[in-house]
Structure formats: structure tokens, C-alpha cells
Design a protein around this ligand. Sequence first.
Ligand code: TYM
Length: 339
Amino acid sequence: MGKSPEKRNRVFSGVQPTGQLHLGNYLGAIRNWVKLQDSYECLYCVVDLHAITVFQDPKALRASTREVAAALIASGIDPEKSILFNQSRVAAHAELAWIFNCVARIGWLNRMTQFKDKAGKNKEKASVGLYVYPNLMAADILAYKANLVPVGEDQRQHLELTRDIAQKFNNDFGVDHFPLVDPLILQEAARIMSLRDGRQKMSKSDPSDYSRINMTDDTDAIAQKIRKARTDAEPLPVRVKDLANRPEAANLVAIFAALAEKSRDDVCAEYEGKGFADFKKVLTALMVEKLGPITGEMNRLMADHTHIDGILNDGAGRARDLAAPVLRETHEIMGFLGA
Ligand code: TYM
């Protein structure tokens, strides 16, 4: 049986405007977002409310929000087909997050590994926002009753929490109101690792710029970073499972496979016996071929703030229209007067 209109599949995902977007964001998430536009109604959000869980310089936040929007459009997000907006423009996110602060349990949040990683040893000095960060994520998704969420592996635990929140809300009030979300995680690119240390994920917050490929990097920067990427002296093996104890080598093969849209085994079979000096050359050429046009388009878009701001403004209006009935219904279920 087909789903009723209000229960059809809807995609939501978000990205933080904190510093440079990198290859991990692109391969782990954004590229998948582009493909989903053809099959689903999609909302893509620049999550500026999440960004401020650690202090952001206002000027840098504004610039980064536009840059992320430009990167998404340059990657192929079509703002006519999908809804592209920045989170702070749609009050429903913050409003529903408060409700979810009252649904989620402290014990659930205590288990979140990202909070432990980000807060580090100085937990007492972390913002309260950083602690309840996953509740805002749940609100982002459920304000639209979205059920499909394309992300990298590092977001899996947060999406499990989103399911727990939806389930508890539905149970507490005896309703079937919020859907249980499914994470969409692409195995080949679920976790792109640092170019300097194959055991750490590629991340915006790594102090070394050589650890990541930024979406704004030009050909020279890409070539230099790949040349300097850590590897080992062994050649490529015939099968990917023989890379088990070679994290840096395995990461370069995974990046190649994701960019070429091939399996890692196919890449090993193709380059078996070659050393990494040679493999890095073909990897650089492929990366420049795939990222170069996106970077060029991003730079072009960044030159016209009015155009980007207009797209975000339009997206926010459409997002508000979708969230309003969900919030109204939520209030009614909970007994808020005046709904
Ligand atoms: P953020 O901004 O850290 O990352 C955006 C997306 O990129 C993915 N990603 C990676 N994938 C593979 N390898 C990597 N090294 C890598 N680094 C990042 C992330 O998994 C993510 O999909 N909390 C989220 C943003 C968010 C959100 C949401 C996501 C806010 N609300 C609702 C989904 C649904 C975050 O900080 O992503």
C-alpha cells in the first residue's frame, strides 16, 4: 500500500557553517544529497544555530554561511527542486528543540560520544547548547517529519537519539505523530580519514590544513596535500582486505574509490603492485577533475552575495510553510492552549 501524502518520504540533512567544507563533507554527505533530489522532496540546511554551540565570530559566521550555501549549489543542489536555507531563519527548529529538551533524558545525552570528544576534559566549561546539540538535530529533522537523513558515519548516534525522542514522544502522548528516521550512510565514503593520520577522521577542526582537502583548494594545493599525505612503502595489494593494518593507504584507496564511484576492490585490482608515489599521481588527477569545476563555480557564486542571500531567503519561507502545521499539531497533542 502506498503511503498517505503526509507520510511520504522526505529527506533532511544539515551542515555546519564553521570553517571550510572538506572532502569528507563532500563524499560522505553532500554528493549523496545531490542524488536524492531526483527521487525525494529534500530540505538542506546550513545549521548556524548548531555552529554557535562554540563561539563564532559574527563576521566569519556570515561569510561561512554564504560559502557553505555556495558549495552546496556548486555541488549540484538545485534550489528550485530542493529547499536550501539557514536554520536560524526558521524559528520552528529552536521551538521544537525546547520541547525535545523536555522529552530527551539526561542519561541519553550523557552517552553521546561527540559531546565527549568536543567538550574534552573541560566539560564544565562547555556551553549548555553543546550538550543539547543532538536535541536540536532531532528538531531539525522532525519539524518536517522527515524520515530519510543522509549523513556520514559520525552522525549515526545522533540519529539513533532522534529515533528515541520520536518514539518517546509518540509513546508519552499515545500518538503516531513523529516518524522514526532512517540514516542513509554511503559505505564507501562513510568515514573519510585525515591525510596525516589514518586513524582520525578528516575534520574542519584539525589544526593542520594538510590533514584535509578543502572544497576551496586549487589544483596546486590539492597536488601538494596529496603528495605530502602519509602512506607506507608497500605497493597496493590485490584486495582491499589486505589493507587492514595500513590505515593511511586504505584511506587513499577509499577516497579514490569514492571519487571514481567504484568499489575499493576494483581500485585495488586496477592498481595492484603500483607504489603510492604513482597512485598519488592518478589520485590527484582524479580529484582535480572532480573538484575543480565545483570550486570554480563556488568562487563565481561567492562573488554575488545578493543572489545567495535571495536563495536562502526563499528556502526559509518554504521551510517555514512546511514546519508550521507540524508545530501546530505538536502543540495540540501536548495541550498547549490556542493551537
Ligand atoms: P558536519 O557539519 O560536521 O558535517 C556535515 C556532513 O558531513 C559528514 N562528514 C563526513 N563524512 C565522511 N567522512 C568525514 N570525515 C566526514 N566529516 C563530516 C557528516 O557526517 C555530515 O553528514 N550535526 C551535523 C549537522 C546537522 C544535521 C542535522 C545532520 C545538524 N542538524 C540534521 C543531519 C540532520 C554536523 O555537525 O555535520
